[in-house]
Every structure is written in structure tokens, then in C-alpha cells.
Design a protein around this ligand. Structure first.
Ligand SMILES: O=C[C@H](O)[C@H](O)[C@H](O)COP(=O)(O)O
Length: 225
């Protein structure tokens, strides 16, 4: 029986092996992605020729540490593949992301990729999204008002803190962690949230994932569209 960290390593390494020579790669964020970036670094040392765009400052640091060459959107307009973790995955490959607060850049990178691969351990699979609080990135100015608007949509928002301070994203924004209990229509909720003034982006990824690689106690399996 493998623990969750071993399953994250398993799927992270499996996904890194999908990357082919010459590819432009989107690097997600989080503890599962750590293993993917580490393995990619090993492959680069063995001669794999790629360039990558990271979705967070932390991932950028890992890429530098493991020797994965980085680029940015001023030089690259489309990515061949993006690989990222998730906090929840439902049977329709809809996702909740943003547990680490990187959701905005993650969504930009996923949208720029021809193929978006998600890597999770089996504890992330759910029948309905929503038990995990939905991260909503909001502007610091007027976040209190945005919070009331989200509550009007049925959520219970809490301003994210870290180490006793208000958490600030890599983009200089705040995160409201919003409990919705069960999200019956993720697409409709995404649209409603995006209509609110002050909302920058949400952690709902609808219709974006092409494939989910799941690490299970008895091995790796994939879910495709
Ligand atoms: O903002 C963070 C990201 O969406 C992560 O990909 C997500 O929280 C999953 O992270 P982990 O692999 O650490 O469980």
C-alpha cells in the first residue's frame, strides 16, 4: 500500500515521461507537479530539448533548481502540453484547482496548451465538485464587497491567510476560499463568478482537461474525455 506522497511521485514521473523532444511545456504548481518537474530536469540532463513556462514563482524555482529551461509568453504563443495537479476531479474531468493559490497562471497556461494533462492521487476523485473550498482570486481593492457578491451566489467566502498574514498571490491579488458544499453546475457557477466585478479568476476548470492521470494503490490509470 502506497501513501499519498508516493502516489503523487508516481503520477508526476509518469506525466514527465509524456513530454517529447522539442516540446514547449506548461509546468503547473503544487506538490504533485514537484515530482514532474524533478523528473523533467533529469530528462533534460539526459539530452531532452524543451522549453517551459511555469505557473508560479515556486515552480519557476524548482525548474531552475532541476535545470528545466524556462521561457515566457513574449517568446512562445502556444504550448504543446501543460501538466498540472488538481484539488478535485469529477467524472466529467471538471476540476477544482487553486489550493496553492496559483489558479490564474495555471488557467492561462492550460488555455495556451494543445493538450492539458492533470495528475492526481486517487483521493482527489469526487462524484461532485465542491467539498474542497473553491479558490477565487480577487482584487485586494474592494475584496470585502466582492465577498458579499459571492455570498449572494450561495458561497461562504473566507479570506485566505498564510503564516498569520493575508495570502497574496504571485499576481498581487487575494484569494477568497469559498465553500459551496456541492457544485451542481460548475460551468454556470464559473460564468456567474466571472461576471462579478473584482473577481479575477476562479479555480473551476471546466472543459479544459484532456486527460487525468490517477495514481492508485494498485497502479496508474487514466481518464480521458
Ligand atoms: O494552486 C495550486 C494548484 O491548483 C495545485 O495544482 C493543486 O492545489 C494541487 O496541489 P497538490 O498537487 O499539492 O495537491
Amino acid at each position: 500500500m502506497q501513501n499519498v506522497d508516493e502516489l503523487k511521485k508516481l503520477v508526476g514521473e509518469e506525466a514527465a515521461n509524456l513530454v517529447k523532444d522539442g516540446m514547449k511545456v506548461g509546468l503547473g504548481s503544487g506538490s504533485t507537479v514537484y515530482w514532474m518537474v524533478k523528473r523533467l530536469g533529469e530528462r533534460v540532463q539526459d539530452g531532452l530539448n524543451i522549453t517551459a513556462i511555469p505557473t508560479s514563482n515556486t515552480t519557476a524555482k524548482w525548474a531552475v533548481e532541476f535545470g528545466v529551461p524556462l521561457t515566457d509568453f513574449s517568446k512562445v504563443q502556444q504550448l504543446d502540453i501543460a501538466i498540472d495537479g488538481a484539488d478535485e476531479v469529477d467524472k466529467n474531468l471538471q476540476l477544482i484547482k487553486g489550493g496553492g493559490g496559483a489558479l490564474l497562471r495555471e488557467k492561462v497556461v492550460a488555455a495556451a496548451a494543445k493538450e492539458f494533462i492533470v495528475i492526481v492521487d486517487e483521493s482527489k476523485l469526487v462524484s461532485h465538485l465542491g467539498a474542497f473550498p473553491l479558490a477565487v482570486e480577487v482584487t485586494p481593492f474592494g475584496w470585502e464587497i466582492t465577498s458579499v457578491s459571492i455570498a449572494d451566489l450561495g458561497g461562504t467566502p473566507t479570506l485566505r491567510h498564510k503564516d498569520g498574514e493575508v495570502f497574496v498571490t504571485d499576481n498581487g491579488n487575494y484569494i477568497l476560499d469559498c465553500s459551496f458544499n456541492q457544485i451542481l453546475d460548475p460551468e454556470a457557477l464559473q460564468k456567474d463568478l466571472k461576471m462579478l466585478v473584482g473577481v479575477v479568476e476562479t479555480g473551476l476548470f471546466v472543459g479544459m482537461a484532456d486527460k487525468v492521470i490517477v495514481g492508485k494503490a494498485d497502479g496508474v490509470s487514466s481518464i480521458t474525455k
